[in-house]
Design a protein around this ligand. Structure first.
Ligand code: TYD
Length: 222
């Protein structure tokens, strides 16, 4: 299921004095980081103040938590893993995201609570509603205005990761059925909140995807 927007050049952005929070989601190897960087570049070119960040690891505390959840050798109990991501999120939203939004800035973020619902909920087979509630509690209910989901077949994503030649982290190293559940969970989340989500086929050309993202962001800011 994809719902790609048109790839035409977006209109000039109007002036604004309110913050805007945009998150990027998708499986490992879906190209989120590339698209987040392209959006940042475009918004900065429009004179916007942008804060580019990520979960886990957007703060000093988050860097420590990221090291545990991604690089600890050996098992971490699924509920402990969920709490570590939620702890990172709580600190990140309180100390970095909310202050930036209050200053009227645009926050572009790699991964947020949808990652927890998909990876810990569907991937680790915890209760998706409990995982979402845990994250909402951690983040004091905060939700982004726009979430771009880069949808990709995990087998295609695996080819990209293999080509990168980087060692896999704990989550990337999971089996293909784990990643298939993650993908299905993302698509279900997007279907449940069509207002918040923009779903794009991540196998499309990088420039076309960037244009589709820009179009939606311009519409949100208009
Ligand atoms: P990411 O930073 O996208 O990885 P990389 O920069 O190495 O491409 O994400 C790190 C991993 O953490 C990714 O496999 C997804 C996982 N993750 C969760 O399982 N739950 C979460 O809540 C978040 C934010 C990430």
């Amino acid at each position: 299921m994809t719902a790609d927007g048109p790839a035409s050049a977006p209109a000039e952005l109007p002036a604004h004095d309110q913050g805007l929070w945009i998150t990027f989601e998708g499986g490992d190897g879906s190209g989120k980081t590339t698209q987040a960087a392209l959006l940042e570049e475009w918004l900065r070119g429009q004179g916007r103040t942008v804060v580019r960040t990520r979960e886990p690891g957007g703060t000093e505390v988050g860097v420590l938590i990221r090291d545990i959840v991604l690089h600890h050798r050996g098992d971490i109990a699924p509920r402990a893993e969920a709490l570590l991501y939620a702890a990172d999120r709580a600190h990140h939203v309180a100390t970095l995201v909310q202050p930036a939004l209050a200053r009227g800035e645009i926050v572009i973020q790699d991964r947020y609570l949808d990652s927890s619902v998909a990876y810990q909920g569907a991937g680790r087979v915890l209760d998706a509603d409990e995982i979402r509630d845990l994250s909402l509690w951690a983040a004091d209910g905060a939700l982004p205005r726009l979430t771009v989901l880069l949808d990709i077949d995990p087998a295609a994503a695996r080819h990209r990761l293999d080509a990168d030649d980087k060692p896999f982290d704990r989550l990337e190293a999971e089996r293909s059925d784990f990643h298939a559940r993650v993908r299905a969970a993302y698509l279900a989340l997007a279907a449940a909140e069509p207002e918040r989500f923009l779903v794009l086929d991540a196998t499309r050309d990088v420039g076309e995807l960037a244009a589709a993202v820009r179009d939606r962001v311009a519409a949100v800011l208009a």
